[in-house]
Design a protein around this ligand. Sequence first.
Ligand SMILES: *[C@@H]1O[C@H](CO)[C@@H](O)[C@H](O)[C@H]1NC(C)=O
Ligand SMILES: *[C@@H]1O[C@H](CO)[C@@H](O)[C@H](O)[C@H]1NC(C)=O
Ligand SMILES: *[C@@H]1O[C@H](CO)[C@@H](O)[C@H](O)[C@H]1NC(C)=O
Ligand SMILES: *[C@@H]1O[C@H](CO)[C@@H](O)[C@H](O)[C@H]1NC(C)=O
Ligand SMILES: *[C@@H]1O[C@H](CO)[C@@H](O)[C@H](O)[C@H]1NC(C)=O
Ligand SMILES: [Fe+2]
Length: 464
Amino acid sequence: MKGSHRLAPLIIPTFVLLILGIAVNEKVCIAGITSKYIRRPEASVDLPIDSPYFAVPPGNNPPQQVHLTQADRDGQAVIVSWVTPLAALSTVSYGLNKSQYDHSVTGTFTRYSFYNYTSRYIHQATLRNLQFGTTYYYRVGSWVGSGSSYREFSFTTPPPVAPDSPYIFGVIGDLGQTYDSLSTFQHYLKSQGQAVLYVGDLSYADDYPFDNNVRWDTWGRLVEPSTAYQPWIWTAGNHEIEFLPEIGEVTVYKPFLSRYPTPYFSSDSTSPLWYSIRRASAHIIVLSSYSAYGKYTPQWVWLQAELTKVDRTKTPWLIVLMHLPMYNSNTYHYMEGETFRVQFESWFVNAKVDIIFAGHVHAYERSNRISNVAYNITNKACTPVFDNSAPVYVTIGDGGNIEGIAGNFTEPQPQYSAYREASFGHGILDIKNRTHAYFNWHRNQDGEAVVGDSYLLLNRFNAP
Ligand SMILES: *[C@@H]1O[C@H](CO)[C@@H](O)[C@H](O)[C@H]1NC(C)=O
Ligand SMILES: *[C@@H]1O[C@H](CO)[C@@H](O)[C@H](O)[C@H]1NC(C)=O
Ligand SMILES: *[C@@H]1O[C@H](CO)[C@@H](O)[C@H](O)[C@H]1NC(C)=O
Ligand SMILES: *[C@@H]1O[C@H](CO)[C@@H](O)[C@H](O)[C@H]1NC(C)=O
Ligand SMILES: *[C@@H]1O[C@H](CO)[C@@H](O)[C@H](O)[C@H]1NC(C)=O
Ligand SMILES: [Fe+2]
C-alpha cells in the first residue's frame, strides 16, 4: 500500500528472467547503454507545506489550482478546472483579446470528503467550438461585488488534425512535490512543450499519514504555472487509486476523478480512466494499468474498437500512455507489467504503434524496437526479438517524487534495453511531420538545452 512497494522484496523466479530475455538472441544485437551517472541515492524531500510554490494566490476567494485538458476528439474544446476556497460561480469568460471577453460558459462544481478532509469547491467548465491554432484568453473566479477576485490566463489551441501538423509534447511522470519535482517542473517550463503527456502518479498525497488530501491542493498549486496555460493529458497511476479501507475509503480514484476530468465521452469510452484524443498529427490512447484489462472487460472491449478507428493518413503518429511499463529492466517493479504485456503487446505491434510512454519506475529507460509476441507457454521462443512494427517503449517515471530514484538496474542490461539512467528528468516529443519526430530526454542536472538521450523516431506508418 502507498509507498511501501519500493520496499517490497524482489522475488524473481528463474523462468521469469528467461521470459524477459536475459538469454542472448542473435537477432537483437544492439548493445544497450547504462549511463554510469546515478543521481545521489537519498530519498527526495518534499517541499514544506509553507513553500512559496504552494502559496494561495492573494485576494478574496481567489481561484487556484487552475488546469486545462483537451475536451473533445480533435482539440477544439478545453476543460478548465479550478478550486475556490468558498462557494463561487463556475464561470469562465474567454475571448481572443486579453481582458475583453465576449464569451462565457458556466460549468459545475463538486466537493468530496476523504477521511477527515473535505475538499474546497472544485469547478469545471468546458469551452467549445474554439478555432484551431488560436490563442484564447480566459478568466476564472468571481468578479461581482466588492473585494472579490479573479485571475486571467491564456492557452493556444492546436493546429487542425492533419498528417504534417508539427507539435511538441512534454512527457512527465511520477512528479510528486519534492525539491526534485520542482526541478523537473522548472526545466519543463523552459522547454517549447505545447501540451503534456502525463503518465500517472500525480501528487503522492497517499504517502502521507491518512492520505492527507491537503497535498492534492498543494500539488495543484505547484503545477499551475504550466497547467493553467496548456493542456495536460492525464493517465491514472497507482497513487491515484487511494483505496484505504482501514480509514473507510473504498471508492477508488475518488480524489483524482474529482479533480482531473478527462474527455472520455468523445472517444466512446465508458470510463474517465481510459480514452483517446487526437491532437495535430498524433492519435493518443490513454490506458489504465489498474483497471480490469482481461478479455471481455470494458477496457479491453474499448481498446479493440479504438484501434480500428485510428486513421494513420490523418494522424500518422500513434502514441499510447499507461502508467505501468511493459518493458522495464530496473529491479524496481520488475515484471509488474507482464500480464498487461501478454494481453496487449500483439495488438500494439499489429497496429504499428510508434511509441509507448509509461511511468511507475523512478528512472529513465528507452527500448529498442522489439517484440515478444512469438512466445507461448510451449514453444520456448521467450526472448524479445527485433521487430520493425514494434513500438519504442519509454519509461519516464523519473519526475522526482518523495520515493526517490530507482537506482538499481538488472545486470546484465537486456538486449532490448537501448538506454537507461537513474536520474530525474522529463521528455520532449518533437513531431516534425508525417515521417520524422525526435524524442529527447533531459536530466535535471543539466540545463534544459542539454539532451541526455536523443532518439529519432521514424514513423511506423509512413517511414517504417
Ligand atoms: C482584438 O484586438 C484586435 C487587435 O489586436 C482587434 O483588431 C480586434 O477588434 C479585437 N477584438 C475584440 C473582440 O476586441
Ligand atoms: C485528520 O486526522 C489525523 C489523524 O487523526 C490528524 O492528524 C489530522 O490533524 C486530522 N485533520 C483534520 C483536518 O482534522
Ligand atoms: C506455440 O507455438 C508453437 C510454435 O510456434 C505452435 O505450434 C503452437 O501452436 C503454439 N501454441 C499455442 C497454444 O499457441
Ligand atoms: C541498490 O542495491 C544495493 C544492494 O542491494 C543497495 O545497497 C542500495 O541501497 C540499492 N540502491 C537503491 C537506490 O535502492
Ligand atoms: C520531415 O522532417 C524532417 C526533420 O525535420 C526533414 O528532414 C524532412 O525533410 C521532412 N520531410 C518533409 C517531407 O518535409
Ligand atoms: Fe507508480
